[in-house]
Design a protein around this ligand. Structure first.
Ligand SMILES: NC(=O)C1=CN([C@@H]2O[C@H](COP(=O)(O)OP(=O)(O)OC[C@H]3O[C@@H](n4cnc5c(N)ncnc54)[C@H](O)[C@@H]3O)[C@@H](O)[C@H]2O)C=CC1
Ligand SMILES: O=C([O-])CC(=O)C(=O)O
Length: 294
């Protein structure tokens, strides 16, 4: 991999629900020739119906694949999940290419976090399925937040995990609207992302935004470690829930803040908020504006 500089080219890792939604959102740039989009997929055969979205699809498994080193891009964006973020992210950053992280939970893993912060490529953490983070980041940088917490409520079927036993899965699947929401986890983002890797990237994004003011990668790393253990997380399975619902609260000398986000699910993945792709497209556009040399 090497950076190109002037050409607005985006390399996307993964072309699932979020990746395809982002491609549709970038249509204004793609259709006017201002942007080229290449998406890395693991199996081209599974994407025969996805060629009309303006992306060139390339089969590459990992950064160890020889085809990876032949690729060029101005920005790499990950839309593929934690394992892909942990392998492709450090490779892009080490090659000096800005990297947009969607599977923000990867930042909970210390060695990945250090690699992503090591540069020379810049790390861009998308807000994903939540918002209000500019306010909380501002307050946290002034050391004016004491408590930060997030409660996430989703339809039960999207919360089933491979480690759950048969009884836990049955309980989730048989929840009725009359029973109301069931709290299935309370703890920290550090614990939550291990148990629910594709459901609570937002809790790690909240920790990242409220880590406080660090000067340099070492400080950012240490502040993030503390934030991952300080932020409160509650996950609820709510059978009345069609949308994904997130409640963020924060208090401190800066004031009291509350954000309530109900996002229409992704049309292709009911467990993912549709807002995620919108946020990723915005983060990408911010990166590209920074790269433009006109
Ligand atoms: N920050 C946020 O708010 C959110 C983040 N996410 C993250 O985004 C990820 C993707 O979400 P969806 O698009 O809904 O999932 P999805 O399952 O629809 O799509 C993921 C795609 O990536 C592909 N993939 C996986 N590893 C790959 C690799 N090494 N190379 C190329 N392709 C690879 C899969 O085959 C699949 O097609 C989730 O796993 C989660 O980590 C999801 C929701 C919200
Ligand atoms: O899409 C959402 O509502 C949140 C999500 O899955 C995540 O943060 O991983």
């Amino acid at each position: 991999m090497r950076p190109v500089g002037e050409v607005q080219s985006v390399l996307m890792i993964g072309f699932g629900a979020i990746g395809r939604h982002v491609a549709r959102l970038l249509r204004p740039e793609i259709s006017t020739g201002r942007l080229t989009l290449t998406a890395l997929v693991r199996d081209l055969g599974k994407h025969t119906e996805h060629h009309g979205l303006g992306a060139e699809l390339v089969q590459v498994d990992s950064p160890e694949d020889s085809r990876w080193s032949g690729l060029t891009a101005d920005v790499v964006v990950e839309c593929a999940g934690g394992p892909a973020a942990k392998s492709f992210g450090p490779a892009a950053v080490a090659a000096g290419i800005p990297f947009v992280l969607t599977s923000v939970g990867a930042l909970a893993d210390q060695s990945t976090r250090r690699a992503l912060l090591a540069g020379p490529g810049d790390l861009h953490v998308t807000n994903g399925a939540i918002g209000g983070l500019d306010v909380l980041e501002a307050a946290a940088q002034a050391q004016a937040l004491n408590e930060v917490s997030i409660t996430t409520a989703k339809a039960p079927r999207g919360l089933v995990q491979p480690w759950m036993n048969a009884e836990e899965i049955r309980r989730l699947n048989q929840l009725t609207p009359a029973a109301g929401p069931l709290t299935i986890f309370t703890g920290t983002p550090a614990e939550a992302i291990v148990k629910f890797p594709a459901n609570v990237n937002i809790t790690v994004a909240l920790a990242w935004a409220t880590r406080g003011l660090g000067f340099g990668a070492v400080a950012d790393d240490e502040l993030m470690e503390a934030a991952l253990h300080r932020t409160g997380v509650e996950i609820r399975a709510d059978p009345r829930q069609e949308d994904s619902h997130h409640e963020i609260t924060a208090t401190g000398p800066a004031g009291e803040f509350a954000f309530s986000i109900s996002s229409t699910p992704s049309p292709e993945n009911p467990a993912t908020s549709g807002l995620t792709a919108l946020s990723v497209a915005r983060t990408l556009r911010t990166c590209m504006a920074g790269l433009r040399r006109d």
